[in-house]
Design a protein around this ligand. Structure first.
Ligand code: B16
Ligand code: MG
Length: 217
């Protein structure tokens, strides 16, 4: 049976969440309020527009449409200044090994990310050419937990949803994978990723036997 794998980007392949946090926090601070790292958890996997809506709510603020757009652009510029400094050393532990295993065994894999900067980031870390398909924030109309991003990715890989395996660090992403009828693998903390079919703290915890077993199913 032909199986395929779909990887989220932020929090799975690289930890760009720290850069998003710095950039969103600067935006909040410039507007005169602050938010915590705990609150930042709620921004993971969430689109840029939705993130700003949430943050403004925390600060009890409203912006005109024009100012909203301006703040979003400023945040992105600031975020990209961090991204610009990235290189392949930022790839999270265990990721390269699994990608090389998939390539060596002719198992197709895609990126399924909410980020509009996904291609820029993949280029910085030298992974752009390795993926068989890339689906990101520029390709979708509905944000996670809507399954759209993963359904398009599976289609591009030529695999059925039920034969797709998704790696996700965000609750919304795990929900999207489940709604797509895919196997969901949470990367992170069991306490928030309980809805996933399997949870691992990071890729170094995933044994080759586990992957082989998933592929045989
Ligand atoms: P951008 P993922 C998501 O990436 C991030 O987790 C989320 O924090 C961010 O707001 C979203 O991308 C949009 O990113 O502003 O670059 O378009 O986890 O789906 O890879
Ligand atoms: Mg993520």
């Amino acid at each position: 049976k032909r199986k395929g794998m779909i990887f989220d980007l932020d929090g799975v392949i690289v930890d760009t969440a720290k850069f998003h946090f710095l950039a969103w926090r600067k935006l909040a601070n410039d507007l005169g309020f602050d938010f915590t790292e705990d609150q930042n958890e709620q921004l993971k996997g969430v689109s840029r527009v939705h993130s700003l809506h949430k943050i403004l709510k925390w600060g009890g603020m409203e912006l005109s449409e024009e100012e909203f757009q301006r703040q979003m652009d400023l945040k992105n510029e600031n975020y990209l200044s961090y991204v610009n400094e990235m290189d392949a050393t930022e790839i999270l532990p265990g990721v390269t090994k699994i990608l090389d295993y998939l390539i060596g065994n002719d198992i197709p894999f895609a990126l399924g990310s909410a980020s509009k900067n996904a291609r820029t980031i993949l280029k910085k870390i030298d992974l752009l050419e390795k993926f068989d398909a890339i689906v990101d924030g520029t390709d979708v109309t509905k944000a996670k937990p809507d399954p759209e991003v993963f359904l398009i990715a599976a289609e591009k890989l030529g695999v059925k949803p039920e034969d797709s395996i998704v790696f996700e660090d965000a609750v919304a992403g795990v929900q999207a994978a489940n709604r797509a009828n895919m196997t969901s693998i949470g990367i992170g903390d069991k306490s928030n990723l309980g809805e996933a079919d399997y949870v691992f703290s990071d890729f170094t915890e995933i044994e080759r036997e586990f992957i082989e077993q998933l592929l045989r199913k």
